[in-house]
Design a protein around this ligand. Structure first.
Ligand SMILES: [Zn+2]
Length: 180
């Protein structure tokens, strides 16, 4: 659960790779937060379940729809030291700013959803600051509003709160008794 700012050159190619390689968006293509279904890991299904079970997360999705930030959510197995979630700035174009949320595919469902809520809070922090246009300005924002918990990994209190709020909502809305 980190707003990680990867080192290295601009990673616009990641956006291209994502769009070309993703099988489909399981969620509404007009929505600003979009789940990608890749390798059998369906982030669109996660988004749908999260929106059903977590009012706070539903609010975050609606709020992000009113911004110029597009959030691509996907599960990815990136190795043994993978955090439960991470957010990367991937590019700016056509009036939109694109970020990517990566979730750990092997976590428990409630953990995945609460981590998504946490990372969406970071997306809202970026949405609220139009000066974020690339990785350098993203780093500036988090130096201002966050704590650097590890080298180049930042955290905010609001994101920690979003996680705890989602866990509370999930506990009171078990997946099995969910009305469809
Ligand atoms: Zn975080």
């Amino acid at each position: 659960m980190s707003a990680s700012v990867p080192l290295g050159p601009v990673v616009a190619w990641i956006l291209l790779a994502t769009l070309a390689g993703g099988r489909c968006y399981a969620s509404d293509r007009k929505a600003h937060v979009r789940g990608i279904n890749r390798a059998g890991w369906d982030a669109g299904a996660l988004l749908a379940e999260a929106a059903r079970r977590c009012p706070s997360l539903r609010d975050a999705l609606a709020a992000l729809d009113k911004t110029n930030v597009i959030v691509l959510v996907e599960f990815k197995d990136v190795g043994p030291r993978q955090p439960p979630g991470a957010l990367h700035y991937i590019g700016t174009g056509h009036g939109y700013r694109y970020v990517q949320i990566i979730l750990f595919p092997f976590a428990r469902r409630n953990e995945q959803i609460a981590t998504l809520a946490h990372e969406l809070q970071h997306a809202m922090e970026i949405a609220a600051d139009p000066s974020v246009r690339d990785q350098a300005s993203l780093r500036e924002l988090y130096r201002r509003i966050g704590d650097e918990v590890e080298d180049n990994i930042f955290e905010t209190d609001l994101a920690r709160q979003a996680y705890r709020l989602a866990i509370g909502e999930l506990t009171s809305t078990p997946a099995r008794t969910e009305k469809r």
